[in-house]
Design a protein around this ligand. Structure first.
Ligand SMILES: Cc1cc2nc3c(=O)[nH]c(=O)nc-3n(C[C@H](O)[C@H](O)[C@H](O)COP(=O)(O)O)c2cc1C
Length: 367
């Protein structure tokens, strides 16, 4: 990996930790999603079972830590910390883009440490869709999988980020075809993953037809990569590119909208991410049709403080999730998936205008 690429990756972590890179004028949409409180929950909170099976793997709760990092020493510590925590709690995690280690073998250990610290947790390898266009093939994908003995591989789609980087690569022609070729050849499930701008139903259908086995919507409303790039360029004289970062700060399909669009369009597992900030949001995402929820920014903040803080953060999220289930009388993930939810406001307006079923969620269990 070139020194510039390595520096860029280190910059992303530094900026995400030290600046507010969250969406400003767009939200993930969870304020438009309402559970119907049950005054008679008829469940014992202590007996609520959060476990779920996705991609043939049993998760203690439908929570994973999203792709964040790798490639530097600090990144190795972050990956090790998150891995130790998800192993202890029976969850899963993604590593950040493995391009660094594919180009420089010496950096493999900054990713491989995840499997070392998490021998049984569900681990997701990560490669950029743009790298597939620029020459990566099944060989590189297999290396990424083997590097962390991954259970699945995410192909990340980051068109927004590429446009906001002066060195960004913006020729995405042929990306679907390439993903399809890889999905055919690799023996682990391929997950198509956005990086904060969301996925629409139309794209989701194409990805499913291309052989992708899961979709991580990574919608707008949480970490904004345009914002990350804005701060990276703030010091530079590149005012043209900096303005792009600012103008596109809130670009994308909000997470809740994307979860509904994608889960109504495909029958493969949907992972909800982008601005999920507590266990109530996570429970809403599952009730809307996601199979797993994924957190990045909050876990990055915890991971730099250590394993205990990371375990505490995840445990709190799980408890909030469980509490939500209790208050709607759901004693299993299956039952929260059938719990009524009322979608209101802008989210409802968008979904209705685009022809999605909104009433179906609200009427669950009424007849
Ligand atoms: C510092 C940082 C680095 C990231 N690097 C990657 C990456 O290499 N590959 C990827 O697929 N997503 C990457 N992401 C995106 C996250 O996986 C996630 O989709 C996004 O941050 C939205 O989730 P959040 O709002 O919970 O942070 C990164 C996020 C952060 C904060």
């Amino acid at each position: 990996m070139s020194i510039e690429t390595r520096k860029r990756k280190a910059d992303h972590i530094r900026i995400s930790l030290n600046h507010d890179v969250q969406a400003k004028n767009v939200t993930a949409g969870f304020e438009d999603v309402n559970f119907v409180h049950k005054a008679l929950p008829e469940v014992d909170k202590q007996k609520i079972d959060l476990s779920t099976i996705v991609f043939g793997h049993k998760f203690a709760a439908p929570l994973i830590v999203g792709a964040i990092t790798g490639g530097t020493q600090k990144a190795a510590r972050i990956n090790a910390t998150i891995a130790e925590a998800v192993e202890e709690l029976g969850l899963g995690m993604g590593v950040g883009s493995q391009r660094a280690a594919i180009e420089d073998k010496a950096l493999e250990k900054t990713f491989a440490v995840a499997r070392k610290k998490a021998p049984t947790a569900f681990l997701i390898a990560n490669i950029g869709g743009i790298q597939l266009i620029n020459g990566y093939d099944i060989k590189e994908v297999k290396r990424a999988v083997e590097m962390i003995q991954a259970d699945a591989i995410a192909m990340h789609l980051n068109a927004l980020q590429e446009t906001a980087q002066p060195e960004g690569q913006t020729n995405f022609r042929g990306v679907l075809e390439k993903i399809s070729r890889i999905a055919e050849q690799v023996d682990k499930p391929v997950i198509a993953k956005e990086t904060g701008a969301g996925i629409a139903a139309e794209e989701a259908k194409k990805l499913e037809a291309a052989g992708v086995k899961g979709i991580d919507v990574s919608g707008a409303g949480g970490t904004s990569f345009a914002a990350v790039e804005y701060y990276r360029l703030k010091q530079s004289r590149n005012s043209f590119q900096r303005t792009l970062g600012e103008v596109f700060w809130d670009w994308g399909i909000p997470t809740v909208t994307s979860i509904v669009e994608v889960s109504q369009a495909v029958s493969i597992p949907v992972i909800a991410s982008g601005g999920i900030r507590n266990g109530v949001d996570a429970a809403k995402a599952i009730a809307l049709g996601a199979c797993l929820t994924s957190f990045s920014q909050p876990l990055l903040q915890a991971a730099v403080k250590g394993v205990e803080e990371t375990c505490n953060t995840l445990s709190l999220l799980i408890d909030e999730f469980k509490n939500t289930m209790f208050l709607v009388g759901a004693d299993s993930i299956r039952s929260i998936q059938r719990t009524p939810v009322v979608i209101t406001g802008k989210t409802s307006e968008w979904l209705r205008t685009r022809g999605f079923n909104v009433e179906g969620y609200a009427r669950r269990g009424r007849t």
